[in-house]
Design a protein around this ligand. Structure first.
Ligand code: V0V
Ligand code: CO
Length: 152
């Protein structure tokens, strides 16, 4: 028998690190840095007007649930966007982390039930048709956290 405190794991759970989001001022230069320095290749690029970003997903490795782990490079498309505000305050750097799950709405409801502020009442459209929800960084130890359910 375990003596662990009675803190049941969330159901459904997060099953992998989906991506690390990095704020940059020049997406093409940032892509070139990660390609030439580490050999990471762009798997997907798109503009997400709702989130105010032009972004690229660079595949780092596969994951044991059949998904994968990426770097997400983020360039703002407008000055009033979250990434533009972040750059203004902090300069370039790590902006958020994203955990993958098979049930983003269920996981968000579970996390919200533990008192973490869920910033999106309904999952929004994320990269490549994924569904995403953000959690407030002040309730996550200073880390802006995204939950993501990939399209496939
Ligand atoms: C702000 N804060 C952060 C932060 N941004 N802390 C850690 N990491 C960050 N990225 C801190 C900030 O310094 C303040 O701390 C406090 O949170 C409250 O900030 P605020 O003044 O309310 O700042 P805002 O207005 O910039 O809002 C922050 C939030 C906003 C997190 C609420 O950025 C947001 O809604 N983000 C979610 C959407 C998003 O980030 N989209 C871009 C990625 P002090 O100074 O009070 O101590 S899109 C994406 O990832 C996609 C499409 C995808 O993966 O598919
Ligand atoms: Co993201």
């Amino acid at each position: 028998m375990s003596n662990a405190p009675d803190r049941a794991a969330p159901v459904p759970a997060a099953t992998r690190l989906d991506h690390v989001g990095i704020a940059c001022r020049d997406l093409d230069a940032s892509i070139e840095f990660y390609r030439s320095t580490y050999g990471f290749e762009v798997e997907h690029e798109e503009v997400n007007e709702e989130q105010g970003v032009r972004e690229a997903m660079l595949r780092v490795n596969g994951a044991d649930d059949g998904g994968a782990t990426y770097l997400q490079l983020l360039e703002p498309t407008r000055p009033d966007s979250p990434v533009a505000r972040f750059l203004e305050r902090n300069g370039e750097g790590v902006h958020h982390i994203a955990f993958g799950t098979g049930d983003v709405a269920g996981l968000a409801a579970g996390v919200g039930g533990r008192g973490v502020r869920v910033l999106d009442a309904e999952p929004r459209r994320g990269t490549a048709g994924s569904r995403i929800v953000f959690l407030h960084p002040k309730d996550c130890g200073g880390v802006l956290t995204e939950l993501v359910q990939s399209a496939h």
